[in-house]
Design a protein around this ligand. Structure first.
Ligand code: ACM
Length: 492
């Protein structure tokens, strides 16, 4: 009796003495819907063996590659005992999962392979917390599910060009936070960045420079397909954007015949917006739009094509509506779902279209009244190129400064009047690249704001308070540093 009391006391002392035990399951961003942590401490095996008859070898390879940096090896055998159990259960939603860590090992059940992948992202964070932040490895039982089906990140590769390797790095980084769409802004005044075989000068001429006059560049269709494959392996769908009818100077400089006066414009390397337009009265404009969106549809696996539609300040209202309606119809005829920035509300829309709220809640209400779905990405809360504060060396501040707290503390359902929450397909965090020249710049503006935006997009739980979120984010910032990600650090 005496012995058992002292053992009990000892256990109590050990379990109370460990610092920040509360972190163990709730350290995860986005916050998990239902997280139970047991007090049982267990040892972590460094060799994980799975049988996993349901899981493709491709997925297993991706999962294994994401934890080699932690010194954990994953192997597969045909039958027998395993300490990594990966299962599918079609009764769960496709992106949902259950993750249990017990003495027997790690057990994951996903509604589909996507669910298994998201469980893995949760697991990665628990591993970082144990192996890099020194917290004990404990038994957990987590069930999780996504709030929105569209959890987006946008990269502008037009103002400055970023190639395959940079884009893949970004895909790797955002996958940890269960982002499932990467919107690539592929054309703008300063550069045309996707090869279109039927209009080769778009890239030969229009891709030859960028903001500041650098050499620019473009993605060949093979590059694009490689990025798409890499993204798909991480359950990220590529959403390509060709911005029309404004933001088209790179095309207008490449082909004189696209201009109303038949004169090619000069290439542009500045950062003004709103000065270019396609010519609504010319037949060739519609041939151009058909050719470009047809080729884009042919190389795009995902369901969406983004048509831009923003800031067409030198297009008349009538011409704007004519060009946008033609393009929306073309995209639908190609079997894809069109997305456009919120100005497209001024054209004919219906439930087959998605309007992306960036500036005007009135436009977004109008689009919603026409039954369009909505992606929420308000510049004042979600634009990652907005400077953190007046001292931020990169970025812009036309929508105000965007400190980390402000990017976390907002509600996508509360910004637009007369928007039924059911019409919201999701949330996106766009990163425009007027001032960004390399991966380090991209990382600095993306981290640490992206995790908070991902939590808004994924988490079905009532949001954490800023104070508790901040303590968790500080831990993630330690991991970014360990990974060599160039992150902004002030959370004040
Ligand atoms: C935009 O920021 N012009 C969509």
């Amino acid at each position: 009796m005496k012995y058992s009391i002292s053992l009990f006391t000892l256990i109590l002392i050990i379990s109370c003495a460990a610092p920040s035990e509360e972190f163990n399951a709730t350290i995860v961003i986005p916050e998990v819907a239902d997280a139970r942590t047991a007090e049982t401490k267990i040892s972590l095996a460094k060799e994980w063996v799975t049988v996993a008859p349901d899981i493709s070898d491709g997925l297993l390879e991706t999962l294994a590659s994401q934890i080699t940096e932690l010194g954990i090896e994953v192997s597969k055998k045909k039958e027998g005992s395993a300490n990594l159990m990966l299962n599918l259960d079609a009764s769960l939603d496709t992106e949902s999962y259950r993750l249990q860590i017990t003495e027997r090992g790690v057990e994951i059940t996903g509604g589909s392979e996507a669910g298994v992948f998201y469980a893995w992202q949760t697991l990665r964070q628990l591993l970082y917390n144990h192996l890099w932040s020194g917290e004990s490895w404990k038994a957990v039982d987590l069930s999780d599910t996504a709030k929105y089906t569209y959890r987006g990140y946008m990269l502008d590769i037009s103002r400055h060009f970023f190639g395959v390797e940079v884009i893949k790095s970004v895909i790797d980084q955002i996958s940890l936070y269960k982002i499932n769409h990467m919107h690539l802004h592929l054309s703008d005044d300063q550069g045309w960045r996707i090869e279109i075989n039927s209009w080769p000068k778009l890239t030969a001429t229009g891709g030859s420079t960028e903001v500041g006059g650098g050499e620019g560049g473009y993605l060949s269709q093979e590059d694009y397909k490689e990025i798409q494959r890499y993204a798909q392996e991480r359950f990220i769908t590529i959403v390509p954007e060709i911005d029309i009818p404004g933001h088209t100077n790179a095309a207008l400089a490449s082909y004189a015949e696209l201009n109303c006066d038949d004169k090619a414009t000069a290439l542009y390397t500045g950062t003004e917006v709103g000065f270019s337009t396609l010519c609504a009265e010319k037949e060739i404009t519609y041939t151009f739009l058909s050719d470009v969106f047809t080729e884009l549809a042919e190389i795009t696996e995902g369901p969406y094509l983004h048509i831009g539609g923003d800031e067409s300040h030198v297009t008349s209202d009538e011409d704007y509506v004519r060009i946008v309606e033609f393009t929306l119809e073309k995209v639908i005829a190609l079997g894809k779902t069109p997305i456009g920035w919120d100005e497209i509300a001024n054209a004919k829309l219906d439930e087959r279209t998605i309007s992306q709220y960036w500036a005007s809640s009135e436009n977004t209400s109008l689009a919603a009244s026409k039954k369009a779905s909505v992606i929420i990405s308000p510049a004042a809360h979600a634009y990652l190129d907005m400077q953190y504060d007046s001292l931020t060396p990169l970025g812009l501040h036309w929508a105000g400064y965007l400190p980390v707290k402000k990017s976390y503390n907002w509600n996508p359902e509360a910004l637009v009047e007369q928007l039924d929450p059911e019409q919201i397909v999701g949330v996106e965090a766009p990163l425009w690249s007027e001032t960004l020249e390399n991966l380090e710049d991209i990382e600095y503006m993306t981290f640490p704001r992206l995790p908070g935006l991902a939590e808004i997009a994924w988490s079905t739980k009532d949001r954490r308070s800023w104070e508790s979120y901040k303590r968790i984010l500080e831990r993630h910032i330690e991991w970014f540093e360990k990974k060599g990600i160039n992150t902004y650090k002030s959370l004040e």
